[in-house]
Design a protein around this ligand. Structure first.
Ligand SMILES: [Zn+2]
Ligand SMILES: [Zn+2]
Length: 443
């Protein structure tokens, strides 16, 4: 048999704005036909009645931890978690050990992604050597390398030196690169454990004010205006930052932004249990902030939903809140959190939610083969999911090597059933296929 015929699914394609029941024929890595009553020929038929067929999800923000912390995640295990979550491409953050600040490291990450063969792993490059925020990394070499780096960031921390930001932006213009910022003023945020507000006072934990994020976002937008560089704001989390992005877009600046599922799903209320798995950076904010993120995603001010998947070893998370590192795993829960907390309550129609999870991030990364359209001649990077399936998050059954999620035990709706990467099925009935796993060496 060659290829697959997906029959009777609800094809939701943000790239073309279509939402209709159809069959989709995949062959030789491409979508070859979309329509009704397509002849399967020698293709394997997969019944998609009651399921949604959509462009494979694209994550702008994944920490894969390799090289350096292969005990927490590898490129293969992270790729498996991504495929299980319905993803076909992800952008790997550069805060590895060694830091991805040269062509040789990003090419290694890219090659390991190809070897795993479950999703396109697009490395992000560091802006500064060693993430020290002083000396520029080999930006040009990384952009020209086989890895085709487009997004550059010192994620994990904000770049504090404004002149350095300006120099990076001016340099990136030559490659039409994206300057991506983890907005955090280090002095204001120093020692902070959670969002600064009533809850931090009550819990006796040192807070990080919203202004630590907003000051840097405002500075970067000003410098994007000055230089003309593309700017992408990572994991925005406050009312004020959403408003800054809204104004920058109205002014015609090339500014994009992402938000995480945890910032539109949770608030600092969850920290009354002192669960280290709910410690993230930027921190979970108030419900007013959460609703601003929801509205920003609904009206398109926030372009993308990104996971900030950040695996940590059990022994590092299983300690007192103040000592635990920030971050949570998110690749296998993002789709369900989006359906449960954005689509089902009526904040976003499904087609818009899928735009934020796939089409829009693919455009920011410059990936032509991802994000749709689902039409003849397009790359067959697709997810088939059940929008009504109810399941309970079980961290121990994750394909990730780490288990740090505050969503464990929660009932969510929506689950990826089948994932197709370059026309090959990587996930069947929510299970990453053993032969692709063996090939990639994951788990
Ligand atoms: Zn960050
Ligand atoms: Zn991050």
């Amino acid at each position: 048999m060659s290829g697959y015929l997906l029959t009777g699914g609800r094809v939701v394609d943000p790239a073309s704005g279509t939402d209709a029941t159809n069959d989709v024929l995949i062959r030789d890595g491409l979508v070859v036909e979309v329509g009704s009553a397509i002849d399967a020929g020698d293709a394997e038929t997969i019944d998609c009645t009651g399921l949604v067929i959509a462009p494979g999800l694209v994550d702008l923000h994944t920490h894969l931890r390799e090289p350096g912390r292969e005990d927490e995640e590898t490129i293969a295990s992270g790729s498996a978690a991504a495929a299980a979550g319905g993803y076909t491409a992800l952008c790997a953050m550069p805060n590895t050990d060694p830091v991805a600040d040269s062509a040789s490291i990003v090419e290694k990450v890219w090659a390991l992604g190809r070897e795993a063969g479950l999703v396109d792993v697009i490395p992000a490059g560091a802006l500064s050597k060693g993430l020290l925020g002083t000396e520029m990394s080999d930006i040009g070499e990384m952009a020209r390398s086989i890895a085709g780096v487009r997004l550059f960031t010192d994620d994990g921390k904000g770049v504090q030196d404004s002149l350095f930001v300006r120099r990076c932006m001016e340099y990136l213009l030559a490659f039409d690169g994206v300057y991506a910022e983890h907005c955090e003023d280090a002095a204001l945020a120093a020692g902070g454990q959670m969002h600064e507000g009533d809850r931090s006072m009550e819990l006796g934990l040192r807070g990080i004010p919203a202004e630590a994020e907003e000051l840097m976002a405002a500075r970067d937008i000003a410098l994007a205006r000055l230089t003309g560089c593309r700017l992408h704001l990572l994991h925005i989390s406050t009312v004020g930052t959403v408003e800054l992005v809204r104004r920058a877009k109205a002014d015609g600046l090339r500014v994009t932004a992402e938000a995480t599922p945890h910032h539109f799903s949770l608030t600092d209320e969850i920290l009354t249990t002192y669960d280290p798995n709910a410690k993230v950076n930027p921190p979970l904010r108030t419900d007013t902030d959460r609703m601003a993120i929801v509205k920003g995603l609904a009206d398109g001010t926030i372009d993308a939903i990104a996971t900030d998947h950040a695996p940590h070893a059990d022994h590092e998370k299983d300690q007192e809140f103040s000592y635990a590192p920030p971050g949570l795993i998110g690749l296998e829960t993002a789709l369900a959190l989006t359906i449960t907390n954005l689509v089902e309550p009526g904040h976003l129609p499904l087609v818009d939610a899928l735009d934020r999870l796939s089409t829009s991030p693919a455009r920011i990364l410059g990936l032509d083969d991802h994000g749709g359209p689902i039409a003849a001649g397009s790359g067959a990077n697709l997810v088939v999911f059940d929008p009504t399936a109810e399941w309970v998050v079980d961290a121990t059954s994750s394909y990730s090597k780490s288990h740090n999620t505050p969503f464990a035990g929660m009932a969510l709706r929506g689950k990826a059933r089948h994932t197709f990467f370059r026309g090959r099925q990587t996930v069947r009935d929510s299970i990453v296929l053993a032969d692709t796993l063996a090939a990639g060496g994951a788990r």
